[in-house]
Design a protein around this ligand. Structure first.
Ligand SMILES: *[C@@H]1O[C@H](CO)[C@@H](O)[C@H](O)[C@H]1NC(C)=O
Ligand SMILES: *[C@@H]1O[C@H](CO)[C@@H](O)[C@H](O)[C@H]1NC(C)=O
Length: 359
C-alpha cells in the first residue's frame, strides 16, 4: 500500500503533473510521475518566506531552486533522524507551509541552530550537485574538470592507474549555489550572521570533503584492464553522521573586533575555530517544556527508553516528570523514496508494541 506524500513546497507542481495525466512512465514498475513543469511562478511563489535575494535567484534559476528546496527538506528529515533521541529533535522544522529557515530556533545562536544551518547547507549542496549530474538542470551538468585525465589509486594494496570518466557529481556547482542561496540570508556583520555563514560553510564542506570515488571496470570478463572513475556525492546519511559528531563537539564562540572593518570569532580558550567546526554563542535551554517563542514542543508525549543509558533514557528525556507505559499500535512511513522533483513516496508499516511515554 502506497501513500503519496506531497512535500509542501512542491504541492503545485505535483498537482500540475497529476493534471497532465498523472503517473505515466512505468520504469521498473515504479510509478514515476511525469516530470513536473518548473517555472518561476510555481516554484518561487509556493515556497514561503524567501528573502528578496532568494526570490531573485529563484526567478532566475527556478529549476536549481526547486532542487535546493528539496535539499532543505532532505536535510530536515536527516536532522530528525540524527537527533531522534534528543529533547530537541528537529521536528519543529518540518511544519507544513513553513520555510525551516524562518523558524524561531534559527534566529537564535544555539548548538541546535548551528546543526540546522549546517545540515541544510549540506542538503542543498548535495541535492543540487546530484540534480546537475542527472541532467535535470539547465544551468549545470556533470563535472567535467577531471574528465579524460589519468589518476592513480590503491586497489587491494596495489597502486593502479585509472581514467577519470563517467559523470562526476557537480559538487562545485552545488556548493556554489548553496552559498549564494543560503548565505544571502545573512549579510550583516554581527555575531549571529557570522556564525550562520560559518556553519553554512561547515555544512558544505561536510559534503565536499566526503566525496567518494566510484569506479567501473572494463575489459574481458571483469579483468579490469581499464578502470574509469568519477566523483560522487557521499550518501546523505554519512553527511548527517559527520555533522552530528560536529554538533556534539560544537564550540561556543564570541566575537572580537580587531578594527572597525574586521571582526573575528574566537573560542573561549582564545583559539580560532576550525572551518569544519560547528559554532554557537548562546547556551541552549533544556527544551523540557513547551515554549511557543521557540516553537519548541517540549518532551511530553515523547517515547523514552527505560533501559537505555543514553540521553533517550526516561529520566533524562522526560526531565524527571516520569513516564507512562502503554501498548500502542502505530503506523509509520517506511521505505521512503525521494523522487524528482518534489515528492516523497512511502509505504505504511503497522507495528504493535509496548512503549514508555514521557508525562
Ligand atoms: C520529535 O518530537 C516530537 C514532539 O515532541 C514528536 O511528536 C516526534 O514524534 C518526535 N520525533 C521522533 C523521531 O522521535
Ligand atoms: C532501549 O535501550 C536498550 C539499551 O541501549 C536497547 O538495547 C534497546 O533496543 C532500546 N529499546 C528501544 C525500543 O529503542
Amino acid at each position: 500500500m502506497y501513500q503519496l506524500l506531497v512535500v509542501f513546497a512542491c504541492l503545485s507542481f505535483a498537482s500540475l503533473a497529476a493534471g497532465m495525466g498523472g503517473p505515466s512512465n512505468n520504469i521498473l514498475r515504479l510509478n514515476i510521475q511525469k516530470e513536473p513543469v518548473i517555472d518561476p511562478n510555481t516554484v518561487c511563489k509556493t515556497y514561503p518566506e524567501l528573502t528578496g535575494q532568494q526570490y531573485h535567484l529563484c526567478r532566475k534559476f527556478p529549476d536549481v531552486t526547486a532542487s535546493a528546496v528539496q535539499g532543505v527538506q532532505v536535510a530536515v528529515h536527516e536532522c530528525q533522524y540524527q537527533l531522534r533521541t534528543h529533547r530537541w529533535n528537529c521536528s519543529a522544522l518540518e511544519k507544513k507551509n513553513k520555510n525551516p529557515h524562518a523558524s524561531p530556533i534559527l534566529a537564535r545562536g544555539y548548538k541546535e541552530t548551528a546543526f540546522a544551518y549546517a545540515i541544510s547547507a549540506a542538503g542543498v549542496t548535495h541535492q543540487v550537485s546530484k540534480a546537475c549530474s542527472m541532467g535535470k538542470l539547465k544551468s549545470c551538468g556533470c563535472d567535467m574538470q577531471l574528465h579524460g585525465r589519468r589518476g592513480r589509486h590503491m586497489r587491494r594494496d596495489v597502486s593502479r592507474d585509472f581514467q577519470w570518466g563517467g559523470c562526476s557529481h557537480n559538487i562545485h556547482f552545488g556548493a556554489q549555489y548553496a552559498r549564494k542561496f543560503l548565505n544571502s540570508r545573512d549579510r550583516a556583520r554581527d555575531i549571529h550572521s557570522q556564525i550562520n555563514l560559518h556553519n553554512n560553510r561547515a555544512g558544505r564542506l561536510a559534503v565536499i570533503r566526503n566525496v567518494r570515488e566510484q569506479c567501473k571496470c572494463h575489459g574481458m570478463s571483469g579483468s579490469c584492464e581499464l578502470e574509469t572513475c568519477w566523483k560522487a556525492a557521499p550518501n546523505f546519511r554519512k553527511v548527517g553522521q559527520v555533522l552530528r559528531r560536529k554538533y556534539e563537539a560544537a564550540s561556543k564562540v564570541q566575537v572580537a573586533y580587531t578594527n572597525s572593518a574586521d571582526s573575528r570569532l574566537y573560542k573561549h580558550n582564545g583559539r580560532r575555530p576550525h572551518k569544519m567546526d560547528l559554532l554557537f554563542y548562546e547556551s541552549s535551554p533544556n527544551f523540557c517544556e513547551r515554549n511557543s517563542h521557540l516553537d519548541s514542543p517540549g518532551t511530553t508525549g515523547r517515547y523514552c527508553n527505560k533501559s537505555s543509558s543514553g540521553i533517550d533514557n526516561c529520566e533524562t528525556l522526560c526531565c524527571g516528570r516520569g513516564y507512562n507505559t502503554l501498548k500502542v499500535k502505530r503506523s509509520e512511513r517506511c521505505n521512503c523514496k525521494f523522487y524528482w522533483c518534489c515528492y516523497v513516496e512511502c509505504q505504511v508499516c503497522t507495528i504493535t508494541e509496548w512503549v514508555t511515554v514521557c508525562k
